[in-house]
Design a protein around this ligand. Sequence first.
Ligand SMILES: *Cc1c(COP(=O)(O)O)cnc(C)c1O
Length: 419
Amino acid sequence: MSCLQYRGNQLYIEDVSLKNVADEFGTPCYIYSRSAIEANWHTFDEAFSGIPHRICYAVKANSNIAILHLLARLNSGFDIVSMGEIDRVIAAGGDPKKIVFSGVGKKRDEIEHAIEKKIYCFNIESEPELERLQEIAARMNAAIDVAIRINPNINPHTHSHITTGLNESKFGIDITDVIPLAQKISRSGSLRLVGIASHIGSQIVQLAPFLEVVDRLLDTYQQLLKIGITLRHINIGGGLGITYHDEHPPGIREYARALQDKLRPYNIEVIIEPGRAIVGNAGILLSRIEYLKHTQHKNFAIIDAGMNDLLRPALYDAWQNILPVELHNSEVKQYDIAGPVCESADFLGKNRDLALQSGDLLAIDSSGAYGFSMSSNYNSRCRPPEILVDGSNASLIRRRETIKDLFAAEIIADLAPCD
Ligand SMILES: *Cc1c(COP(=O)(O)O)cnc(C)c1O
């Protein structure tokens, strides 16, 4: 569900008119709704209240520290995938003891840092990672808690780029290797196996794959019990989809109810790692039309946001709704909405029937997840500011980058003279 609504002919987010945000902060810019983010988080928390649970928000979906701070204030946990994300959570006031560390490529310094910060648990994704963790923990004289991330070979029926639980994916540990690995962890001395985890993909709109994952995890849980290993938690990952267009994902409550029914008899803590379902529909990208370009074949609205600002359409062929900020009576035409970046993948929407004039503002809806966090400086474009709306207030939570920022880290090498 969108967090936008028209009042008269003007588009609003909470009690703030998007036109006013554009006047104050310029375009393009990302805008998030505090109430939408908090409401989604609370819905998860309440929906799982029938069993012991912890919500570990997946930081990569939207990692602005002001957003993390909102969630930290709700006592959320966090799912992180890099050292940068650990430090973001800490800078935002999050509790390191509620951090789970996922990812297939944890580097030595990242592991050391996470141990120093005393995070809750490492999700192990391979045997070499297990060995590295063991070596570092022993050297640092630390006892660390780990979970095994299982690859359950379940198809989530989503885009191939965000499918992560099939045999051919790089993620997790083959289910047949879990027991020997668990035994290896038990023998290690420095590692303690406290959980099992799985995350099979993102933007999943069916319930069945989630139910299958939980079945696999519970199966494994029981196998581990049989060899004398009692776990503290089961981590069912994230991945719940949202409505961008005509998808009908299960609602948070429906999802939670179905999973809880399976988990309740085991009386074990469940970790859930939602990202998109918390922030996706709680944010938008606001952009202005620079030019309307009519060719013999197509109409283009060339806007001031591009694939560097919002990559999902170009990368995943994703459809996001595009709404005029001010409704008016010009002629409806079919447009491709394209950015200024020099490649043809640079579009935000195709074949949209809209009544447009140059200079109009457009809201690209449902941009709160994997929007700013995937943005880049491609074409030497400054990344947009981020704004958090709370009732009738709009606060800047990341300033617009400047041209200076673009090459502040670059150094012209001292070259030998050419002859
Ligand atoms: C990306 C990711 C998530 C969050 O996925 P969403 O689809 O945004 O809910 C959760 N867990 C892990 C391990 C991830 O990599």
